[in-house]
Design a protein around this ligand. Structure first.
Ligand code: NDP
Length: 270
């Protein structure tokens, strides 16, 4: 029987994960089936247990179940432990293992695919929700000189600073107190989903700065357009992160790393 994988979420019909994993499977010659599973809001644990009891091999978890997946895992990879959220589940030695490939996905897209170094750089994170929390352990592993978290609700940014304290190299700030310049700015707010942008000073970016928006859509996002208008050398949307986190999950499940560039190009319709 073909090995079965799926993405669980609510809603889930927008998810591009089946398309991405089927492209990976064709490219690597791995035989897999990958479905979308819409899980009732109060039915996550039962759905996961049923999936693995029926012989399912691995799951991706999306909104709003990543924290529940973290709690359900028998053991967790270090990057997932600190992220407080799990986007990848699989069984190993009879145990449910939780991992989080989102942060690694973003960092690989920036550093490996686009040559943007993070070591020694001043990095600004916009937002303090689940996506930023998931990124922090991986980002800190890249040894940036400094990381500043700016969020509309400053208390949420301060809570992350407390959680990820890094010898004074991590701090929180309100948008109206934000001062550049930054070498790398990552937008992890969901403001762009409604066409909005956090209030950013015009002189935020250092020369040659790279900007990354976790959001993606058809055409440049609001933040990408802001970045281009304010002198960024590189402005990227989050489609690469989406494909890279999927590749990282595929690697965990199948032991083979797929090529991401052709899949990103196919999704963009290039
Ligand atoms: P959360 O709901 O956990 O956090 C949302 C964040 O956005 C909070 O910091 C919130 O601020 C901020 N925010 C929302 N609206 C505004 C606004 N109008 N102005 C300023 N700040 C705002 O979401 P996630 O962290 O899970 O996700 C964040 C984004 O990242 C989403 O758009 C999601 O689609 C994207 N994402 C992309 C991935 C990819 O693979 N490309 C993977 C994961 C996420 P406050 O705390 O004040 O409410």
């Amino acid at each position: 029987m073909t090995d079965r994988y799926a993405v669980m979420g609510n809603p889930v019909d927008h998810s591009k994960s089946p398309e991405i994993h089927h492209m990976f499977a064709r490219q690597t010659g791995e035989a897999i089936q990958y479905d979308r599973i819409l899980v009732p809001l109060d039915g996550f644990e039962a759905a996961v247990r049923d999936f693995f009891a029926d012989g399912g091999r691995g799951l991706n978890i999306t909104v709003p179940f990543k924290e529940q997946a973290w709690a359900l895992a028998d053991r967790r990879a270090p990057r997932a432990e600190r992220a407080g959220a799990v986007n990848t589940l699989y069984m190993a030695d009879g145990e449910l293992v939780g991992d989080n490939t989102d942060g690694t996905g973003l960092v690989r897209d920036l550093r490996v695919s686009h040559g943007v170094a993070l070591a020694g750089r001043r990095v600004l994170l916009l937002g303090a929700g689940g996506a930023v929390r998931g990124l922090l352990p991986v980002l800190q592993g890249e040894a940036p000189a400094e990381v500043v978290i700016a969020n509309r609700t400053v208390a949420r940014a301060e809570a992350l600073v407390e959680l990820f304290a890094d010898g004074g190299r991590l701090s929180a700030v309100a948008f109206d107190a934000l001062r550049g310049p930054f070498d790398v700015v990552i937008n992890g707010t969901s403001a762009g989903l409604s066409g909005e942008l956090p209030p950013l000073p015009a002189d935020l970016l250092a020369e040659g700065a790279a900007c990354y928006d976790m959001v993606y859509g058809d055409g440049p996002t609001v933040f990408e357009r802001w970045a281009q208008a304010h002198g960024a050398a590189v402005a990227l949307d989050g489609l690469g992160m989406l494909v890279e986190q999927a590749a990282e999950s595929f690697l965990l499940w199948r032991g083979v790393r797929p090529e991401t560039a052709p899949v990103i190009a196919a999704l963009r319709g290039d």
